[in-house]
Design a protein around this ligand. Structure first.
Ligand code: FAD
Length: 330
């Protein structure tokens, strides 16, 4: 069993930033990368709103730089997922990975993020970053003067549709039911907006695109099905923004950490979860801001709290090479 002062679960902007801070504070730090090094931001081609890159950057480049910076100060990246945690007995905490490796960590920072819910239709994955998006703040700017489709009927769909009117020529909201779930106030604003139109009782069945010579294919149209008439038809569009919900990856911690009704992690103002010494950062607790920079800022805050937490217990921490009591008795 390996022992670390800090175990960071997740390698998105929150995890890699936390690792930079704890490693630079001379604390032995392991980062469990999970299935996607860099998290969600690694899947996007253009990032124009992360400070420090006046000409923009790409998701993979941003992630590579964050990784190198954390490693430069000694953070160890382990390309495994955490499959079991035992937080209930307090620090040091036990973790197990999908490679059956066991770790003991004095503090844990959970940064396992959330995933935008997908429609799971043909063309959706293929055109992510080329016309399909789950984030209006991130990608709205690329759709200036364009015809935009928004999928969803809840608060976030309407809020984001209203935001997208700053950029698009038109915004058509497609909803599978014949009434919206969003608050009445948002409905009133959206219905009154001259750029917004609604298509009810309709689902998107496919995203289609085409490219010109030398240029990657981009979204050109969607295939729609009217659920009342069964009519299937093609509609031109330049962009498809999908807002049908988010799923935080909190299943691993159910029953151990306090979660909100929609399963985001509850934290206090020091980023500490309901267990002393366990912190959380990024989209695993934040269902509102959902940006790489806010996740990174969170990672910094969680790391500073973990550093303080360890500092206050410095005299009582076991040496890193100490044999854990249970393991010694095994
Ligand atoms: C297509 C797309 C484009 C975007 N564009 C922008 C943009 O231009 N600008 C912007 O600011 N934001 C953008 N965002 C949002 C931004 O990517 C997220 O807000 C940010 O990545 C959240 O960071 P996070 O660290 O909280 O979590 P995530 O990025 O979700 O990372 C979670 C990490 O946890 C790991 N993980 C999960 N489960 C486990 C486990 N059991 N064990 C170990 N590891 C695990 C995953 O492998 C991943 O590394 C975009 C998002 C998407 C999807």
């Amino acid at each position: 069993m390996k022992r670390e002062r800090v175990a960071i679960i997740g390698s998105g902007p929150a995890g890699l930033t936390a690792a930079l801070y704890t490693a630079r504070a001379q604390l032995s730090t392991v980062v469990f990368v999970g299935r996607l090094l860099g998290g969600q931001i690694s899947t996007t081609h253009e990032v124009e709103n992360f400070p420090g890159f006046p000409n923009g950057t790409t998701g993979p480049e941003l992630v590579e730089n964050m990784k190198l910076q954390a490693e430069k100060f000694g953070a160890k990246l382990v390309f495994e997922s955490v499959t079991e945690v035992d937080l209930t007995k307090g620090s040091p905490f036990r973790l197990k990975t999908d490679n059956d490796d066991e770790y003991l960590a004095d503090t844990v920072i959970v940064t396992i993020g959330a995933n935008p819910r997908e429609l799971q239709i043909p063309g959706e994955k293929q055109y992510v970053g080329r016309g399909v998006s789950y984030c209006a703040t991130c990608d709205g700017f690329f759709f200036r003067g364009k015809d935009i489709t928004v999928v969803g009927g809840g608060d976030s769909a309407l809020q984001e549709a209203l935001f997208l009117t700053k950029f698009g020529k038109s915004v058509n909201i497609i909803h599978r039911r014949d009434d919206l779930r969003a608050s009445i106030a948002l409905q009133t604003r959206a219905k009154a907006h001259p750029k917004i139109s609604f298509t009810y009782s309709t689902i998107v069945e496919e995203v289609k695109g085409e490219g010109s010579e030398g240029a990657p294919a981009v979204v050109k149209s969607i295939i729609l099905r009217d659920l009342k008439t069964g009519n299937v038809y093609e509609k031109p569009t330049d962009g498809v923004f999908i807002f049908v919900g988010y799923d935080p990856n909190s299943w691993l911690f159910k029953g151990q950490l306090d979660l909100s009704v929609d399963e985001y992690m509850k934290i206090d103002s020091n980023m500490q979860t309901s267990i002393d010494g366990v912190f959380a950062a990024g989209e695993i607790h934040d269902s509102v801001f959902r940006q790489a920079i806010t996740a990174a800022g969170d990672g910094c805050k969680a790391a500073l709290s973990a550093i303080k937490w360890l500092g206050e217990r410095e005299d009582t921490l076991q040496p890193l090479d100490a044999v854990p009591v249970a393991a010694a008795g095994d």
